[in-house]
Write a protein that binds this ligand. Sequence first.
Ligand code: SF4
Length: 361
Amino acid sequence: MPSSDAKTAVHLLGKSAEELRAFLESLGEPAYRGAQIYHAIYAERRFDFAAMTNLPSALREKLAHEAAIGLPKIVRRHRSSDGTVRYVLAIDEGKPANIEAVFMPEENRQTICISTQAGCAVDCQFCLTATLGLTRNLTAREIVGEVLVALDDNRATLKPQTNIVLMGQGEPLLNHDSVMAALRILLDPNGVGISPRHAALSTSGIIPGIDRLAQEKVRPQLAISLNASSDEQRDKIMPINRKYPLEKLLDACRKYPLRPREWLLFEYVLLGGFNDSPEDARRVVKLLANIRAKVNLIPWNPGALPFEKPDPERVQEFQKILLDKGILCFVRDSRGQDVMAACGQLALAETAATSAPALSS
Ligand code: SF4
């Protein structure tokens, strides 16, 4: 079957069911064919019109001329000894860029970590993506594409449950419209079919974005990247704190309308000698008062940035102080350390390896 010209073809990935119905009507086809294509792409992961055998062959032929699916291309795979696969993906809906997605297999599920921007402008001091600067926002097509590429590339070993975490490159709440358009497809039972309870969005603390997310009918679990116990400390490692300081951020968290069985997740990267003291832990307890909160403590992995690994005893003590005050608190190791686990590290290495200017904005 002849394929469409990539430059003029309409890309179908990232389109909602309504948009696909309208597109099919514009081709002179019945609208319900749009719903069939929606199901074929997102639920069945058929990325070739020839494989959509429930469509008449004349329509498949027409789609091959007029349309394309438009998945991101895998530039490189890095496999870790723990099974984690980090992907470098090329995207081109706008300024070409390379982004990262990570596939983490577990016993009964897989977790896919995706990017929402190419690079990032938020400038957290512990994050290598920050050193890339911002290239641009990802489109809904590119965000959905990350998940579908990772699922398709691992289709032989997929477990029944898929989790997604929006914790890759970028600040999701600074790309709100595209992120929500992608999530409506990813969390739609007729679409990719991921449960909203198995999806998490992590923010550096963009208060207007948190307020907007609170209004969404279907939304992921919200995670806040906290990482400090005082404004003075947070200002130093997360400059966004000067715009949205802790008191206002935690106020927005308190107002966030949690549903039954929903929690706010607070991520706290423990930087040795900086934010890991018992006093820090006690201040965190106070900050999180009256919030249905879970805390993930992430001990820093030494790498290219000038922070220290925390002493394991301090990590335990920190956790105990929170647990003793009734705050659910877990210590998490980052996966795939041998393929560079910290946010943005892979993109940075790729930049160095290929000297591709598109990678770093
Ligand atoms: S931690 Fe997230 S928000 Fe902060 S600079 Fe890195 S990608 Fe951006």
